[in-house]
Design a protein around this ligand. Sequence first.
Ligand code: HEM
Length: 415
Amino acid sequence: MNERTLPGTLDVIGPDTFARHGYPHAAWKRLREEAPVHWFDLPGGVGFWAIVKRDDVVWISKQPERFLNAPRLAIFEEGAPVEGERTLARHLLNMDPPEHAEFRKAASHWFTPRAIERRQPEIERITRDLLAEMAGDGSERTGDFVADLAAPLTLHVLADMLGVPRADWRLMFRWTNQIAGASDAEYQTGDDPINSVEDARHGLFAYFTDLAAERRKQPRDDMVSVLANATVSGAPMPAFELLSYFLLLVVAGNETTRNAASGGLLALIEHPGELRKLRATPALVPSAVEEIVRWTSPVIQFCRTPVEDVELRGQRIRRGDSLCLLYPSANRDADVFADPDAFRVDRRPNPHVGFGIGEHFCLGANLARLELRAIFAEVATRLDSVSLAGPVERMRSSFLGGVKRMPIRYRLRPA
Ligand code: HEM
């Protein structure tokens, strides 16, 4: 291994790299091959170990008592806000056992395969309504796939589940963009990403304080009612944790599926043979969706902190060090995936970790799969032609692979 030729920190985790070029797959591949557990200093901040192999991501994620979530949520380029992030919110992603499971239980029955299946007709209807707008009379059109389908679909589905009235959806949309896009000038409310998050958090907390109070008086069949009336270890859920729960659901539910949908269509545009395959065999939609999640890996990373010294692939990791689990890299690991840099809608098996694994496995995975299946089933059967009509614009973030705009030219058959 020649350390001097290895990629630098910002080539591996830098938000500008993501914004300009998309994911640095070549840099991650070099790490997987030459330095799979490698320490990076972070200019102006606390450094981290890059964990780039799938088996290592799995090994660490499956030991939640040994590798904690609470000390550091993720690595941010600025080095901060390790302290800041802890005081901003307390939710599933920065809790650890045994507390984590208690809080997760409060919402998990809303996300079981059965519970999500019941939402299928509604999700398919929302998808078809949005596509009807896009299709027009079936002639060739141009539009922005993010604004026309990916963003409104995920927003609508989540707002309905939470029980947020339609008039307030634009507020939710603004807050989620401001929090997820805190490092991107387009969404920032000040010079400092923390100010953007703080600003959005205040708005969101105030809003859900009122909505939760309403639902305590008059519960409905929605998630705000369930959480507002939930107990944890026999007592009502504390206000800060309750509001943080809403913040997590709003951001996690919007910023991920939206990007998987846009990135998935982009992958099909860039691999016309795979789009043809999907059109010829729409039964491939479920496996295509898994491949889309593997390929796009919308969550770039989360961090774990060991409670004791550990050795991994010959590296001595100290208690309290930060381990950065890079999901998109794990999902291209040649030790696990045959021909990992090929996008294949019929890939099987596909043991990707795009939704994470273990204790914190994505709570919304069943919902995300259903939304993506609804979209790509229609794409497989009705999209007669599609190509890019301009550059894809990506979000500046070290954390989420965001697609801000994706102009397309297309012909969509009316239903
Ligand atoms: C394609 C879409 C999605 C992707 C790629 C994704 C990815 C992830 C990942 C990587 C994690 C961390 C897992 C770990 O640490 O092992 C996670 C956790 C989580 N996700 Fe998702 N997610 C998606 C959609 C959603 C949706 C639609 C919702 C909710 C409506 C959601 C809610 C959550 C929650 C609440 C957690 C925290 C779980 C915990 O800590 O116990 N996600 N997600």
